[in-house]
Design a protein around this ligand. Structure first.
Ligand SMILES: Cc1cc2nc3c(=O)[nH]c(=O)nc-3n(C[C@H](O)[C@H](O)[C@H](O)COP(=O)(O)OP(=O)(O)OC[C@H]3O[C@@H](n4cnc5c(N)ncnc54)[C@H](O)[C@@H]3O)c2cc1C
Length: 491
């Protein structure tokens, strides 16, 4: 979400990402009154310089990035990076800082190595566009196709293909520009410490230039749906995801008032032969949610009837209307904008919690006791299965987890935000008590000590950041709010 940053005010650094036209405006073109926001629409942040990195000659891009880092360091300005800015707490923003937006859509396939190389600005729809005609598909990505690949690594996002851990587990290597402009290659056998800290490191170690990522064959998949009582989900869902014939799977929970978190549904996808042996091209937004139209989804806002109707459609009508086979890439090629709030008075706020399967009934109870009494409008819960992540330092799934992605509708007022903060803190407390964790790319409502209790390695993470970036050039709102003060260096 880029606000009040008209093209005439953007400076285009020559993009690292593909051959093409080079455009670079003088630095004065970036006015001091540039304001950027993120997907929350609650983080309007004035920045000193906003630089959009477009496609162009790689050597010039690198030279310009280095110059910008040097300039920011000389002026004692923080530097932050972003792509689609769907994080919701200023993780991609730095007040009065130098802020990069990576946009160039580079993606190249190396069949022999079974990987693709994606530039920092490539979005998932760019990657699918390249892989799909070759019969290939990304191994892991989030539910939507509009996010950046480097940012996906920086939050270590997860998706609903099974059986996989978070995205980082599918990345073989990446190139990183450090605060002093040095470029290092990071992999499991090269600069391993950086590899593990940058994975889910929220841009605090440097600028990712590109990544080498594993891929799988695209396939035709057939969905089956299974309604079940929510309190059996923690046993049934891991069993479904452990079935080797299942390639993608998700669950949902009923959020209507009378049945709040009482009923669940599992949808699993298994391979079938493509008609005529040929896969159709990836659509955008077909398959899994094609029946769940924007109208049905948005009718849930402020309406229990809308929530009941949506659940009825999803569990009763939807599976029959949408039961045909669909390709893996079509399922993954779904834009977030399709369901997004369009009113300027409200915003959709996400939460996400990761709970051990055995704690799932306790998770349901915690949500039933905390969410309805808060009065905050919960529109949707999607459930996923995540294999353990033993690599990233800030791992949210150190053991197998069921993830619950919750989408709330919130008024864009300070009062509503305070209510959301109160509820978030209470819910996090309950989730920590049952051995679960919460996700970091959303609102920064958690108390800093809740971050520390959920992510025990956070002190090591900060110490390592200070070693690689001693002048703290790379900073964003997440750093300022959660990490700067609690881990302040003592002189
Ligand atoms: C509707 C919606 C659905 C979502 N679904 C899922 C889901 O299914 N699974 C899931 O795991 N998450 C999900 N998320 C969260 C999402 O994955 C993160 O917010 C992610 O960061 C979005 O990508 P982005 O391009 O918008 O990142 P941005 O918000 O632009 O950036 C995120 C972070 O990456 C860093 N970064 C960006 N580019 C670089 C770079 N070149 N070098 C170094 N650091 C960089 C930024 O500094 C920032 O800290 C969802 C979010 C929304 C709004």
């Amino acid at each position: 979400m880029v606000r009040s940053s008209s093209p005439t005010r953007r400076e285009l650094v020559t993009g690292s990402l593909a051959a093409g036209a080079v455009a670079a405006l003088p630095s004065a073109a970036c006015a001091a009154d540039t304001v950027l926001d993120d997907a929350s629409n609650l983080n309007a942040t004035p920045v000193a310089r906003h630089i959009v990195v477009k496609a162009g000659d790689e050597a010039r891009t690198i030279e310009n990035l280095r110059r910008e880092l040097k300039d920011a360091a000389a002026s004692n300005r923080p530097v932050a990076m972003g792509a689609a800015r769907h994080s919701m707490g200023g993780q991609s923003l730095a007040r009065q800082g130098t802020v990069f937006t990576f946009e160039a859509p580079r993606c190249e396939v190396d069949r022999a190595a079974n990987l693709y190389r994606a530039g920092a600005g490539a979005r998932w729809h760019d990657v699918i566009k390249v892989l799909d005609p070759l019969g290939l598909s990304p191994k892991v990505l989030q539910a939507n196709n509009d996010f950046g690949v480097a940012s996906t690594f920086s939050v270590n996002a997860h998706g609903w293909p099974v059986p996989y851990g978070p995205f980082g587990s599918t990345v073989r290597a990446f190139r990183l520009m450090l605060a002093d402009g040095t470029i290092v290659r990071c992999a499991r056998d090269e600069n391993r410490e950086l590899f593990r800290h940058v994975m889910g490191g929220y841009g605090l170690f440097g600028i990712i230039l590109d990544l080498d990522v594993e891929m799988v064959p695209n396939t035709m998949l057939q969905p089956t749906s299974e309604p079940l009582p929510a309190n059996t989900f923690g046993v049934r869902f891991p069993a479904v995801c452990a079935d080797p014939s299942v390639k993608m799977a998700y669950g949902r929970l009923d959020v209507s008032r009378g049945e709040f978190f009482e009923s669940a549904m599992i949808t699993a996808y298994r391979p079938v032969a493509a008609s005529g042996g040929k896969l159709p091209p990836a659509g955008s937004g077909g398959g899994v949610m094609s029946y769940l139209s924007r109208e049905i989804y948005r009718a849930e806002v402020g309406s229990d009837w809308g929530k009941q109707f949506r659940w009825f459609m999803e569990t009763t009508v939807g599976p029959y209307m949408d039961s045909g086979p669909v390709t893996r890439n079509s399922l993954l090629n779904w834009p977030a904008s399709r369901l997004a709030e369009s009113s300027s008075k409200r915003t959709d706020i996400l939460h996400e919690y990761f709970v051990p399967p055995a704690s799932f009934p306790a998770f349901l109870k915690a949500c039933q006791e905390v969410i309805p009494k808060s009065g905050i409008d919960l529109l949707n819960v999607t459930l996923r299965f995540i294999e353990p992540d033993a690599e990233s330092i800030l791992a949210y799934a150190p053991t197998r987890r069921i993830s619950a992605v919750m989408s709330f509708s919130q008024a864009r007022t300070a009062e509503a935000d305070t209510g959301m903060e109160r509820m978030t803190r209470e819910l996090i407390e309950r989730i920590i008590a049952i051995g679960g964790s919460f996700y970091l790319p959303y609102r920064l409502h958690a108390r800093p000590e809740q971050v520390t209790r959920t992510y025990p390695a956070v002190a090591d993470f900060v110490a390592c950041k200070r070693r690689y970036d001693p002048r703290l050039l790379f900073r964003n709102t997440l750093w300022d709010k959660w990490l700067a003060e609690p881990f302040k260096e003592k002189n």
